[in-house]
Design a protein around this ligand. Structure first.
Ligand SMILES: [Mg+2]
Length: 403
């Protein structure tokens, strides 16, 4: 039997949350980004008006301001975004136990078994859009299809606040003309390589010789072929299938290469802050910080550093990551992509007992942690104080399987 899978995507998630909490922001071009210690910062999300100025996620604020000098920059409130994220995910769970999140603002739902109760995929999709809008003020776009990869293409196809169906009978007509770069997991490098092979559209990829793809891309070639032909049979994970999180990381591919200490610091801070916020939410601390840097030719370096003590404090992760970058990278060279990851995680409560035996400044550490957690809570309660939103890619080591 064919499956019915939805992919739901919150539109301009961070920026939309900020606009819900402070509706005045809807009236001006606005972007979420930046940080206190750098006048630069990175754009993480933008509202509809900012889109008209061609403001792009993952460009620096000074680049964005060149296009739109009046752009209002709001600082990111990661903990608020997680609160909204949870609220939206909880709505999805009313319709099925098969809800698999993909970053804070996206999820797949397998509603095959829910149709008798709630109606067909399109009906459920439209209902979800309405309920999410009514209960949270956010809009989502939904793709409905028979596999995860096509459902994801569907949520991208028309937005904001839209439902797109790719069925067994219509998908070729709509999906064949799309760029291969729209396909899940086709990044810049794979896209360029496919283009060199003369493959620009998903239709061309679907008809390409599978053996040649495997020769060029190894196992991924196989996957590309299957994705393009709608042969993806990866199940949507159940909410009861909890895998142990071993690391928490964020990566970002920048619109324009980052060059120089200030740019690089902006990127590192944006990534570190969201890693720290996610660790705090999970009540986990990391004992190692890892960075990955890629240059425009996709040459990459990866470095890690063991911390003196486990942490989920932004400042600690920022400092460790920045130190690694300074030690291992010539700051005059351009950076295309960067990631910051916290690994070797421990539960926050497993830490204090050991530490109080050996550490003299435990009190001080506790104060900073308490402060950051209090700020998280305040933001959750009075979220409309501040700003930011977008395409930081979130990943959790050893838990995300490819669809
Ligand atoms: Mg989104």
């Amino acid at each position: 039997m064919d499956r019915t899978i939805l992919h739901c995507d919150c539109n301009a998630f961070y920026a939309s949350v900020e606009c819900v909490l402070n509706p005045e922001l809807k009236k001006v071009p606005m972007a979420v980004g930046g940080d206190e210690e750098s006048r630069h910062g990175i754009i993480l999300a933008k509202n509809e008006l900012a889109k008209k100025y061609n403001i792009q996620t993952a460009e620096t604020i000074w680049q964005a301001k060149k296009k739109c000098p009046d752009l209002v920059i709001v600082r990111p409130h990661h903990d608020l975004y997680y609160k909204y994220s949870k609220q939206v995910m909880d709505i999805y769970k009313r319709y099925t136990d098969y809800v698999e999140s993909f970053g804070p603002d996206e999820a797949w739902l397998d509603v095959t078994g829910s149709k008798r109760l709630f109606g067909d995929g399109v009906k459920i999709a439209n209902e979800l859009r309405r309920i999410v809008r009514e209960e949270t003020g956010l809009t989502i776009s939904v793709g409905v299809s028979f596999c995860k990869v096509f459902a994801k293409l569907g949520s991208d196809y028309k937005k904001p606040d839209a439902t797109t169906v790719f069925s067994k009978s219509n998908w070729k007509q709509f999906i064949y003309p799309l760029s291969v770069r729209d396909l899940l997991f086709v990044g810049k490098k794979t896209g360029d390589e496919l283009e060199r092979l003369g493959v620009k559209t998903i239709g061309q990829l679907a008809k390409y010789d599978e053996h040649i793809l495997v020769r060029h891309f190894g196992k991924a070639g196989n996957m590309l072929y299957r994705y393009a032909n709608g042969l993806d049979s990866e199940p949507v994970k159940s909410i009861y299938e909890k895998e142990k999180v071993k690391s928490v990381g964020n990566s970002m591919t920048f619109r324009q290469d980052l060059v120089g200490e200030e740019d690089v610091r902006s990127g590192i801070y944006a990534l570190s802050d969201s890693v720290a916020a996610r660790l705090r939410r999970k009540n986990m601390k990391c004992t190692t910080v890892q960075i990955l840097i890629k240059d425009p030719q996709f040459k990459s370096i990866s470095r890690q550093k063991k911390l003196e003590k486990p942490t989920y404090v932004s400042r600690d992760i920022r400092n460790a990551a920045m130190e690694l970058v300074k030690k291992s990278w010539n700051l005059k060279l351009p950076i295309r992509m960067m990631s910051v990851t916290g690994t070797n995680l421990v539960g926050e409560n497993d830490v204090y007992e050991q530490m109080s035996l050996i550490e003299d400044n435990t009190e001080n550490t506790k104060k900073v942690e308490q402060f950051e957690k209090t700020v998280d809570n305040l933001k959750n309660r009075f979220g409309n104080v501040v700003s930011l939103g977008g395409s930081i890619k979130k990943y959790e080591g050893s838990i995300r399987k490819r669809p």
